[in-house]
Design a protein around this ligand. Structure first.
Ligand SMILES: Cc1cc2nc3c(=O)[nH]c(=O)nc-3n(C[C@H](O)[C@H](O)[C@H](O)COP(=O)(O)OP(=O)(O)OC[C@H]3O[C@@H](n4cnc5c(N)ncnc54)[C@H](O)[C@@H]3O)c2cc1C
Length: 381
């Protein structure tokens, strides 16, 4: 049955991507996870569907989607694999920043190849001591004679070791707080820019996470994006959409978990009948379905609000907070319904459980979402 909130185009995105996920992701996702391998080969088929160009307008060979259509796309891909959505959404966020804040020269130089999947983007704000509080970042960018010299170590960069361009936030030496932070486009291979530790993670194994080291890395002044000192604002500009994307992805993974648990419950016999006939199991399935539906509604509403008003801070925070918590409850219950079978790698549920935890941590932890929501309730109108 078509979701009444979605138009024909969005329903078609769902259909196309469900087929794509079934053919191009589902058969390989467990292997990528096992081998901890980033599947670069997926870039071209994703690009053929416009998915590497979600934030890029047609003028730059993009296939710009509304926020709601993007949420539908990420949710559908996440029914197969969360890792794929994470690196893809970060790539699209990097492209979106260049689209929104870049100069004409920067757009011409980077966007067409980001759109066609030849160039992979990454986004580097966090540092080891600056996570929830990014304004405390310490990496410096010193301007002299038409060049910036970057020095410092960035942490937790999704695709940091495989990306071709990275949006890096760094501050003018001697400044503190959000003041003095600017954004830069740094290309891989630039002298003084190397990849440090590659994180060994609980999940998201097909989406690599790396430390980036800048050791007197010199880039042209023209590589700065937007005005001097606007770096944190630029970095945080994509927060609402980033949170909606995570909420959508968590809902997608939860949907598959429910599907697997439902099918299994109908097949698995104990005490002479399918376990689906036990009310204890039925109630778990019912609760899972309600929670998924609620998360999807919050997510689609946040996306539609962002499309309509250009801002959806409270809605995006609510969607992310609820959907990411919900997905973990749902996958845990799905594993419970499969019993021992749910705990082994024959089914994707254990991978989903490992992958999902981080959705409560990045793009603003669940505590940060609560702060955002409370602030919106308490502020003077
Ligand atoms: C797999 C992965 C991929 C990532 N990808 C990227 C990326 O591509 N680019 C990038 O820049 N960053 C990325 N990050 C970093 C991510 O954004 C941070 O991990 C996140 O912002 C949290 O920061 P932290 O880990 O330093 O935790 P901390 O900020 O140290 O938080 C620790 C705990 O304290 C809580 N806390 C903090 N402040 C408050 C408060 N005011 N009130 C109540 N509780 C609070 C938090 O909720 C959390 O529970 C990634 C992280 C991971 C794990």
């Amino acid at each position: 049955m078509q979701n009444v909130l979605l138009n024909d185009e969005q329903t078609e995105i769902q259909r196309t991507l469900a087929r794509f996920a079934k053919e191009r992701i589902v058969p390989f996702a467990a292997q990528w996870d096992e081998e901890e391998r980033f599947p670069r080969e997926l870039m071209t088929p994703l690009a053929d569907l416009g998915l590497t160009a979600i934030t890029i307008p047609e003028e730059w060979q993009g296939a710009k989607l509304s926020r709601l259509s993007a949420a539908v796309a990420y949710e559908t891909l996440a029914t197969a694999d969360l890792s794929t959505v994470v690196w893809l959404a970060v790539h699209n966020m990097a492209a979106g920043i260049i689209t929104q804040f870049g100069s004409e020269t920067q757009k011409q130089k980077y966007l067409p190849d980001m759109a066609n999947g030849a160039t992979l983007g990454a986004f580097s704000l966090s540092e080891a001591h600056a996570g929830s509080d990014p304004a405390s970042l310490r990496t410096t960018a010193k301007l002299a004679n038409g060049s910036y010299t970057l020095s410092g170590t960035k942490a937790w960069v999704t695709s940091g070791n495989v990306a071709d361009v990275v949006i890096v936030m760094a501050r003018e030496p001697g400044t503190t707080g959000s003041k003095g932070i600017s954004s830069f486009i740094v290309e891989s291979g630039t002298p003084g820019f190397t990849v440090g530790k590659i994180e060994r993670k609980m999940g998201l194994h097909a989406s690599p996470t790396a430390e980036l080291i800048f050791d007197n890395c010199v880039i042209a002044e023209e590589q700065r994006i937007g005005p001097e000192g606007a770096g944190l604002k630029i970095a945080l500009s994509a927060l609402d959409s980033g949170r909606i994307n995570v909420a959508a992805a968590a809902a997608g993974t939860a949907k598959t978990s429910l599907e697997i648990a439902t099918a299994y419950a109908k097949e698995r016999q104990q005490f002479g009948k399918p376990i689906a006939e036990f009310q204890g199991v039925q109630f778990m399935l019912a609760d899972m379905a309600v929670q998924i539906e609620a998360a999807e509604l919050l997510t689609f509403q946040a996306a539609a609000t962002l499309d309509a008003y250009g801002s959806a801070t409270r809605e995006a925070a609510m969607a992310k907070l609820f959907s990411t918590g919900m997905a973990q409850r749902v996958v845990s219950d799905a594993i419970q319904i499969l019993g021992g079978a749910g705990y082994v790698k024959d089914w994707p549920l254990e991978r989903f459980m490992r992958d999902l935890k981080v959705t409560e941590i990045f793009e603003g932890s669940s505590q940060i979402q609560r702060i955002v929501i409370a602030r919106s309730l308490l502020k003077n109108k």
